[in-house]
Design a protein around this ligand. Structure first.
Ligand code: ADP
Ligand code: MG
Length: 362
């Protein structure tokens, strides 16, 4: 079932133009797809999910499930499974009754609902806990109960709101894999809300990046990372974050270059900006792993002074400033563990294979 959101607006306070939690959102999710809504706190992720569930009504715009307008369809008639950030388990009920609850609501006979609850509990590996109450479970086990309950009625759509935010870092990785595997097996169209970019990129077919109630970019993870559409996406995605340096476009004999106060980079012909942009203010974006160390004899080497070296385990994060302090702040470079570099050193860096981005200055 294809899900389509068309020009969705949600204003909690109907009067205020500025108070739009969701502000003209267009999104299409294919059948069986796993999509993440990713963005900073308050950008409208949960609000969007609640509108999909039918628990909130859009102020304007349309929601379609498989071509059918569902704006006025009640939550219980949408065949949706939902896992809330808090899990929202019924504390006075056993695990068995929690999982069976949505089935009982649909008037499924008790024995049959319990049978189904048992099957679901096996799938998420909690069948030994069916007689317990939520308070007698660990966070990870509660999370599994919430998943089993959401999947029990064989939903067309699975909605997950920060389902792993209450799990510790190690468990999160395991649960992440399990959710993805389960989703693949069942083929259920799934939308996950998260503020964790690593989680979103790892688990999803496509990611929608939201800011201020608007979609900034929607695409597969490698595309968002490799070709960020704007400065927000560029600065939001990536850890350590992309270097963003103020610059100007200059043109000489038809050759364009980005000129910063410390160095300049010619723009390859294939990526030429259309038309004349001479004098245009831009931001030059370079990911830390797209800068590498070189030596003083390299004509393209940019001299820098090391301020700080952080050990990341997988490599060293070098934070450096240009000697004249003109670039405005620290430049981050990712070096191998073997690299001999320490605070106070003068280093030379260069950009790998034209791996840089040029954005309109905000
Ligand atoms: P996210 O899930 O991305 O953190 P939300 O969708 O919860 O963001 O919130 C989006 C915006 O709407 C925020 O500015 C938040 O303060 C506001 N908001 C959320 N719920 C309500 C509500 N019930 N009443 C008024 N404003 C709300
Ligand atoms: Mg939220």
């Amino acid at each position: 079932m294809v899900i389509t959101l068309r020009n969705i607006v949600k204003a909690y306070d109907n009067k205020k133009e500025s108070g739009r939690a969701v502000d003209g959102l267009d999104l299409e999710i294919k059948k069986g797809e796993f999509v993440a809504l990713l963005g900073p706190s308050g950008c409208g992720k949960t609000t969007t999910l609640m509108m999909l569930a039918g628990l909130l009504k859009p102020t304007s715009g349309e929601i379609y499930f498989g071509g059918k307008l569902v704006n006025h369809v009640e939550p219980k008639d949408r065949n949706i499974g939902m896992v809330f950030q808090s899990y929202a388990l019924y504390p006075h009920m056993t695990v068995r009754d929690n999982i069976a609850f949505p089935l009982r609501e649909r008037k499924m006979p008790k024995a049959q609902a319990y049978e189904r609850a048992k099957d679901m509990s096996r799938i998420v590996q909690i069948d030994h806990l069916l007689d317990r109450k939520p308070a007698q479970l660990s966070g990870g086990q509660q999370q599994r109960v919430a998943m089993a309950r959401a999947l029990a009625k064989d939903p067309d759509i699975l909605l997950l709101d920060e389902p792993m935010s209450n799990l510790d870092a190690r468990l999160k990785l395991d649960v992440r894999d399990e959710i993805r595997k389960l989703q693949r097996e069942l083929g259920v169209t799934t939308i996950i809300v998260t503020h964790d970019q690593e989680e979103a990129l790892a688990i999803s077919d496509r990611v929608a990046i939201l800011n201020g109630g608007k979609i900034q970019q929607y695409g597969p993870p490698h595309e968002l990372f490799g070709e960020p559409a704007n400065l927000f996406v560029a600065s939001f995605l990536g850890n350590p974050p992309m270097n963003l340096i103020e610059g100007l476009i200059m043109e000489d004999n038809g050759v364009q270059a980005v000129v910063t106060s410390g160095f300049s980079l010619p723009i390859p012909d294939a990526r030429r900006l259309e038309g004349s942009h001479a004098g245009k203010a831009v931001r030059l974006g370079i990911r830390p792993h797209d800068l590498r160390l070189t030596d003083a004899s390299d004509p393209q080497g940019i001299a820098m002074k090391v301020d700080l070296v952080e050990h990341l385990g997988s490599g060293k994060l070098v934070k450096a400033v240009d000697p004249a302090m003109k670039l405005g702040g620290m430049i981050r470079l990712l070096a191998d563990n073997e690299a001999r570099v320490q605070a106070g050193d003068t280093i030379y860096m260069r950009v790998r294979d034209d791996k840089f981005h040029v954005f309109d200055a905000a």
